[in-house]
Write a protein that binds this ligand. Structure first.
Ligand code: MG
Length: 397
């Protein structure tokens, strides 16, 4: 593996292999060496990539290179191989070794919730039920993670993954390995989703405005096909087509793009926006320094909210209505790990007081205190591994 492109290709090969492995594991099939081989080979390839101070060096176009932290990709492959070759107990032992108070935390979740009957799960993905990865496009879900979550989902009426990331190309459905129909995959904070019958549904948006965004997306896609700009689709957040919004990276956390080059690219995107539509009438640009967000300035016909004000609580309400979750039935479980996930709690409480929240702190004590101050009954665990293991344990009870 030499280039960034071959790295992504390799990760998508592990996704395809993982999807088959998840089905086999859920059916308790005996796995053969050849089924696990693609993951073994992928791990060996990643580990053989040239390294410089804990960063892996990959080629971009020409002589240029990029340094990446591949700990998510490597660690998740190692955990999967342990799970697949040595079994669930071996994986749990390993997790116990790498996470402080692993068993105590699992036990406290299980003892608090084992008597409860859950009907609906709505959970954030990254940092909540999936470990964080520096690049969205290579954050392929691991086998053990998908197996644990699916076992829990099977006990429910509805299980929803609700992310602010896009749905497709590249989005939530591209990096998930759970069986089709096990989850409703909701993206762009819930404004678009794939239902259990594999149909895409979305929030209403005016045709004229959608056309402008489609036009912009097509132009931006061809821009980043130009070898000179291809790297911007491959670093950090990359290129993401969200509902009513497009994200293109101009920098990543390791600052792999020289400052001048990053600013020149920003200018190019801004020019493209003004060429396609009068900026104020159609688009709003937000530049975070790492990502450029191009947002359609649609007024939300249904709720009267500006799309920038649409939060995950609105996403929950939209899904309740359109995906028929029947949350008034109670037994609602909400999971998240950042302030943007908190609005899902009152949204669920609006339908039923029988709502439980489990949040993941990822070591952020300030956030832990914030969520507990707002919703004192919230259960807090420290990592996604602990949350998914606890859900797996609850499914087996
Ligand atoms: Mg998150």
């Amino acid at each position: 593996m030499e280039t960034l492109k071959t790295f992504y290709d390799l990760m998508f090969q592990t996704r395809d292999a993982r999807r088959l492995l998840v089905l086999d594991c859920l059916e308790n099939k005996t796995l053969e060496h050849k089924d696990i081989l693609p993951l073994k080979q992928a791990l060996a390839t990643l580990e053989a990539t040239p390294k410089k101070e804990n960063q892996y060096i990959l080629k971009l176009e020409g002589e240029k290179t990029i340094a990446l932290d591949l700990s998510y990709e490597i660690d998740e492959l190692k955990k999967d191989l342990l799970f697949l070759e040595k079994g669930e107990d071996a994986l749990l032992k390993f997790l116990e070794n790498i996470h402080a108070d692993f068993e105590t935390q699992i036990k406290s979740v299980v003892s608090a919730l084992s008597a409860k009957k859950f009907h609906t799960l709505i959970t954030d993905r990254d940092g909540t039920v999936n470990n964080y990865c520096g690049r969205y496009a290579s954050s392929i879900q691991s086998v053990y993670n998908a197996v644990f979550l699916t076992r829990f989902a099977k006990k429910l009426d509805n299980a929803v993954i609700l992310t602010s990331a896009p749905l497709r190309s590249i989005g939530l459905v591209d990096i998930s390995v759970v069986p089709q129909g096990a989850f409703i995959h909701a993206a762009s904070k819930g404004r678009e989703y794939i239902n259990k019958k594999n149909k895409r549904c979305h929030f209403p948006i005016k045709e004229e405005k959608q056309k402008k965004l489609d036009e912009f997306n097509a132009e931006l896609s061809s821009l980043v096909k130009n070898p000179q700009y291809a790297k911007f689709a491959l670093i950090g957040s990359g290129l993401q087509f969200k509902f009513g919004q497009t994200t293109i990276a101009r920098q990543d956390i390791t600052k792999s793009i020289p400052k001048d080059e990053s600013l020149r690219f920003l200018k190019l995107v801004e020019n493209l926006v003004s060429r396609i539509g009068n900026q104020k009438q159609f688009f709003r640009i937000e530049d975070t320094g790492k990502d450029v967000e191009i947002i359609l300035t649609v007024e939300n016909v249904q709720s009267g909210l500006d799309p920038k004000d649409f939060d995950k609580g609105d996403g929950v309400a939209f899904l309740e209505k359109h995906a028929s979750l029947h949350m008034a039935k109670g037994g609602n479980l909400i999971c998240g790990d950042t302030p943007s996930d908190i609005p899902m709690i009152p949204a669920a409480l609006h339908y039923s007081n029988d709502t439980t929240a489990i949040f993941v702190s990822n070591g952020n004590e300030e956030f832990e205190q914030k969520v507990k101050r707002l919703y004192p009954n919230t259960i807090v665990v420290s990592t996604p591994d602990i949350l998914v293991t606890a859900l797996n344990a609850l499914a087996r009870d």
